[in-house]
Design a protein around this ligand. Structure first.
Ligand SMILES: [Zn+2]
Length: 202
């Protein structure tokens, strides 16, 4: 399996409100460069959206390690590529601004939970597929407590999320590191909305 095909674990940051996006990706880039979370551009990915906007990859900035809280005592992380074409090292990818909310999740063992009663919906994939076919299908009713809400309100125990803009921090294992309040504060300011995060391997 090539390096790019291999599942790479990552921490994903996104505005908590699925429909909220910053005014531009440039605003976020400038804020994260000023905070020294990100540094120079690593490479432009070739994947472009309909408006021709590609994701951008950045090397870590000088204060990258201070803006994350590492949960273990000695994190084993690479801050630089180990060879040409290496993607499994700490770098940051900013997505383009997406026209509609997108759902991203960890590959396995992901469960939707009702924010009201906290119980699992084992049939969540079917609900999600309806929404993926018709994005106006955002209404959701909990099969246990029958509370009505939006699909976007479901809880995923930090293994999934809906958003129109994502920042992937590569090479971070689930719960290996979480954003500091400082970093979330910088991000919150970019769209005057709270941000959230999850962990995924794709
Ligand atoms: Zn419920």
């Amino acid at each position: 399996m090539s390096e790019t095909e291999k599942a790479i674990y990552r921490l994903v940051l996104h505005p908590q409100d699925a429909n909220c996006i910053p005014e531009s990706t440039e605003i976020v880039r400038l804020a994260l460069q000023a905070a020294e979370f990100i540094g120079e551009i690593y490479l432009e990915t070739s994947v472009e959206d309909k408006s021709g906007n590609a994701a951008q990859d950045f090397l870590v900035g000088e204060r990258f390690l201070q803006l994350l809280t590492f949960m273990g005592c000695s994190p084993n992380i690479n801050l630089e590529p180990q060879h040409q074409g290496d993607h499994d090292f700490c770098h940051i990818r900013m997505s383009p601004l997406l026209a509609q909310p997108q759902f991203r999740s960890h590959e396995r063992d992901v469960f939707a939970r009702c924010p009201e009663c906290g119980r699992r919906d084992t049939d969540w994939r079917a609900r999600l597929e309806d929404w993926q076919v018709d994005s106006s299908q955002t209404n959701y009713q909990c099969p246990h407590c029958h509370q009505s809400m939006l699909l976007y309100d479901l809880r995923w125990r930090q293994q999934a999320g809906f958003a129109r803009f994502f920042i992937d921090v590569f090479s971070i294992f689930p719960q290996e590191a979480i954003p500091t309040d400082n970093l979330l504060g910088v991000l919150n300011k970019t769209c005057a909305q709270p941000w959230n995060y999850f962990f995924t391997n794709r």
